[in-house]
Design a protein around this ligand. Structure first.
Ligand SMILES: NC(=O)c1ccc[n+]([C@@H]2O[C@H](COP(=O)([O-])OP(=O)(O)OC[C@H]3O[C@@H](n4cnc5c(N)ncnc54)[C@H](O)[C@@H]3O)[C@@H](O)[C@H]2O)c1
Length: 433
């Protein structure tokens, strides 16, 4: 099939590369000329495991090309995916300006029947808006399909190639058939392709993210209660997770969820429910809990050092919002580091992939260590904020030698409290004695 993908970010690039991988001809469009130039040179502008190789292979085979010119891409494609950002407006709603602008541009470039597929995460009812925008701009026949994306950053390629399910909101059979054919290679192991109305497809994406965010905030509250009773949230979690009705995923307490999706999607669902006079109280609480959870480590630091960190050197391990990505959008590391700086601390941070992104956020206000251990020299405390695998089994003797004081605040509960205290560390984690 001939496919155009508008927006070559974390989602668009993965989607484009994976469709090319199954033999389709894909043009990825982005208005960011620097991004397109980088991609044309064979480099990828983000870190995502497995993506670079996939992009390279399909570029060499000429199944995957990059352009800033949307009209050409639309003209030679039958399927046009919109995968642009849907950030948060000030009132918490999803900002649809990029989606609608892309739809308008697509409509103006049409030269025959097209299926316009909305891959961006958009509120229920958006497909109607997209349909209206296109109808106003063209007389060519078209279908609008809603096809929300469920991939997770850090395992995006694998998720896309082996999805749990494919959700397609479609109102006509022709478009639905094309989508089923397109996704058939990805669902051979039995993952269902679910055809439904557009509003249900749009809502399914928000409901899934909101459920996962709810599990995280719920477990963070359990951890906070554990703290007050001297209970161990790890034990509680294991007991809860082994209930088959509940299961183990997304029950790990920490310093709050971040990223480009959970925070904005939770806000958006609260907002568009309110627009229809429904107050989504659970999700209001999920968001409030998450906000306060981001200051948990700082509170623990205050208890240990007092309110001022003047003259203290603090090492931070992990900056991205989760491991295996360089994405720092809404990362808990940001408010945590801001809190450290406002208390007068000098901060040295290390992250395997997010250093360059962090430099754009903090500039020279913090120092960036080239290797994990370099961050520890002369440090009065180490904060673990993102659970990259390389932090899990460090050389604790070396850590102790390098630090001025052997103090660890573990925001992801990756170390064993008994073991680490035996080694002479002062250790504090989330919801564990
Ligand atoms: N990041 C994720 O893990 C994830 C997962 C599932 C769904 N989503 C959803 O997918 C959508 C995209 O997310 P993302 O993380 O890839 O965003 P992103 O910000 O990384 O990428 C969006 C890209 O679109 C480009 N763009 C914007 N308007 C354009 C236009 N008119 N023409 C051409 N290019 C344009 C931007 O330059 C940017 O490169 C969002 O709605 C998001 O909620 C994201």
């Amino acid at each position: 099939m001939k496919i155009a993908v508008i927006g070559t970010g974390y989602v668009g690039l993965v989607v484009g590369a994976c469709f090319a991988e199954t033999g389709n001809d894909v043009i990825c469009v982005d208005r960011d000329a620097v991004k397109v130039r980088t991609l044309r040179r064979g480099r990828i502008p983000i870190y995502e495991p497995g993506l670079e190789e996939l992009v390279r292979r399909n570029r060499v085979e000429k199944r995957l090309v990059f352009t800033t010119r949307l009209p050409e891409a639309v003209k030679r494609s039958e399927l046009v995916f919109i995968a642009v950002g849907t950030p948060t407006n000030e009132d918490g709603s999803a900002d649809l300006q990029h989606v609608l602008a892309a739809a308008r541009e697509v409509a103006r470039s049409m030269n025959g029947y097209k299926v316009i597929v909305d891959k961006s995460t958009v509120p229920a009812g958006t497909s109607e808006l997209v349909r209206d925008v296109i109808r106003r701009e063209t007389t060519h026949p078209f279908s609008v399909v809603s096809n929300p994306e469920f991939l997770k950053q850090g395992a995006a390629v694998e998720d896309f190639l082996k999805p749990d399910r494919v959700v397609i909101g479609a109102t006509d059979e022709r478009a639905a058939e094309l989508m089923i054919e397109l996704y058939r290679p990805f669902t051979r192991t039995g993952a269902p392709i679910m055809i439904m109305d557009c509003a249900s497809a749009e809502l399914a994406k928000y409901a899934a993210n909101a459920m996962l965010a709810t599990r995280i905030s719920f477990m963070n509250e359990v951890a906070n209660v554990c703290d007050r009773f001297g209970a161990d949230v790890d034990q509680v979690r294991r007991a809860v997770a082994s209930d088959r009705r509940i299961g183990p995923a997304f029950l790990f307490p920490g310093v709050g969820y971040g990223g480009s999706c959970f925070p904005k999607d939770v806000k958006a669902i609260v907002r568009f429910s309110a627009d229809r006079k429904y107050r989504f109280r659970i999700l209001e609480a999920v968001e409030a809990v998450n906000e306060s959870q981001k200051s948990r480590l700082l509170e623990k630091l205050d208890r240990h050092f007092g309110k001022s960190l003047k003259g203290k050197r603090i090492a931070v391990w992990g900056l991205s919002f989760k491991p295996r990505t360089d994405d720092m959008r809404e990362a808990p590391a940001i408010p945590t580091i801001e809190g450290l700086l406002s208390r007068g601390a000098r901060v040295t941070a290390f992250d395997p992939e997010a250093k360059d992104v962090a430099r754009r956020i903090f500039g020279k206000r913090i120092q960036y260590a080239p290797r994990a251990y370099d961050a520890l020299k002369g440090a009065d405390a180490l904060l673990v904020i993102t659970e990259w695998n390389e932090f899990r089994e460090p050389d604790f003797a070396k850590i102790k030698r390098l630090m001025r004081q052997p103090v660890i605040f573990d925001g992801r509960n990756i170390y064993d409290p008994a073991q680490i205290r035996e080694l002479g560390f002062t250790y504090s984690s989330i919801g564990r004695p």
